[in-house]
Design a binder for this molecule. Structure first.
Ligand code: FES
Ligand SMILES: [Fe+2]
Length: 431
């Protein structure tokens, strides 16, 4: 449990290292509320969408930073502006569509109308009606704009921060993961499609899952069974940044990664099925990509603190915005992308492989099942006690060459405590 020594109300982490996480942080309403303030209304960055979604002046998209609804919009100055989607009058949601194009954004309630910078441009009945009512003479629309955000465009990928003093996104992400994002987003991006998935679990169970590599061959049994990941023929790289807050796991194929799928058909044999016959993919290209990144780079999982995720595997490329809804409810929004110069064949290949992920995909469905069952165990009065994360040691190692470790999870919790102002017992004692 999180301690509150001397009834001070100050939370203290139960251990000096980050090998334990008290279960209550996945279930507590108070912690959830504190996260919105300390992690999201904070100098952190969250993925919002792609630059190519906002081509024309007036194009907009919506999303959330934590639980705060936001809008990103391209103004006629060509710049992308971000603001909180909450009317400056009495708090109604201004933009109700997921995305679209509009010269002005008008609140449904009393018609306050904003431009694409979030500035208030028109107020119905500002001067009253037939001499009645109206705002006082000193009412100035310039004082009632939508709350502005900081927006970053990194290789065509848009991030936003509620804190105008947040560090530049490039510095926040760090140079090593920045290079990997640039490698993935190597040429102009194009939308492939969108998906949304709601899970009955805490958002941090999901973020842990994105950093937990070694569960894959156990939970996703088809991966080893069909020879999709073969450690003997792969080189792995683990990179942590920003004090362990962000984590990236990358796999390079040491064999000819560009070999067309049929050449791999023999390797894609599963367990013996009925009659003892080995199961094989009739069409290996449903799960097997064609190498398109340099040096055989095949798998990229970049988990950006607190709530953004790149999963680019084979030819299926997606970035997710993770939306905490309640302590036990999380939505993930997938933005799938391809490249402007893709051939039709490559487009079809991405479509086939997209079944690996997505709400009903082979991987995400299995992950959701374990995360929801974990949440249920926490909710059944079993919230006392802590997790155990000593795989690969007890410290936060900032790099590695394999995924048989929980260092990326320990890094997440180290960053979590820092942003949440939850000291370790030793730090609390020294205060
Ligand atoms: S709440 Fe938006 S105009 Fe009144
Ligand atoms: Fe998984």
């Amino acid at each position: 449990m999180l301690d509150q020594p001397n009834g001070s109300g100050q939370l203290v982490w139960p251990t000096d290292d980050f090998t334990r996480t008290p279960y209550e942080v996945y279930a507590s309403e108070e912690i959830f509320a504190r996260e919105q303030q300390k992690l999201f209304d904070a100098p952190t960055w969250v993925f919002m969408g792609l630059e190519c979604e906002l081509k024309e002046a007036g194009d907009y998209l919506t999303g959330t930073i934590g639980t705060t609804p936001i809008v990103l919009s391209k103004a006629d100055d060509g710049q992308i502006h971000g603001f909180v989607n909450k009317c400056a009058h009495r708090g109604a949601k201004v933009v109700r569509e997921l995305r679209g194009n509009a010269k002005f954004l008008k609140c449904l309630y009393h018609g306050w109308t904003y431009d694409n910078r979030g500035d208030l441009k028109a107020v119905p009945m500002q001067n009253g009606v037939m001499g009645d009512g109206g705002y006082p003479d000193d009412f100035n629309p310039e004082n009632h704009c939508l709350r502005k955000l900081k927006v970053a465009n990194f290789s065509g990928v848009l991030f936003a921060s509620l804190d105008l003093n947040a560090p530049p996104f490039e510095d926040y992400l760090g140079p090593n993961l920045g290079e990997r994002v640039k490698t993935i987003c190597h040429s102009p991006l194009k939308i492939w499609g969108y998906q949304r998935q709601t899970m009955d679990c805490n958002w941090k169970l999901f973020m842990e899952n994105t950093r937990d590599i070694y569960h894959a061959p156990m939970l996703h049994a088809f991966i080893p069974q069909f020879g999709m990941f073969n450690p003997a023929k792969q080189k792995n790289e683990l990179i942590l940044e920003h004090g362990g807050a962000h984590s990236g796991f990358f796999t390079y194929e040491t064999e000819d990664a560009a070999a067309p799928p049929p050449a791999n058909q023999k390797k894609m044999q599963g367990p013996a099925g009925d009659g003892g016959k080995k199961l094989v993919f009739e069409d290996p290209s449903v799960a097997r990509g064609v190498g398109e990144l340099p040096n055989g780079l095949y798998l990229n999982i970049i988990s950006i603190f607190p709530a953004s995720l790149f999963t680019c595997v084979g030819n299926a490329f997606t970035i997710r915005q993770v939306r905490p809804i309640a302590p036990d409810k999380t939505e993930t929004v997938y933005v799938w992308f391809q490249f402007e110069n893709d051939s039709e064949e490559m487009h079809d290949r991405r479509t086939k492989q997209s079944n690996l992920f997505g709400p009903a995909g082979y991987v995400a469905m299995e992950d959701a099942e374990v995360m929801e069952s974990t949440q249920q165990m926490i909710a059944r009065g079993l919230e006392s006690g802590s997790t155990f994360m000593e795989m690969g040691g007890r410290d936060v190692q900032m790099s590695g060459s394999h995924g048989v470790t929980e260092t990326s999870l320990r890094g997440f919790w180290q960053a979590y405590c820092k942003y949440m102002d939850i000291p370790t017992p030793s730090a609390a004692a020294a205060e």
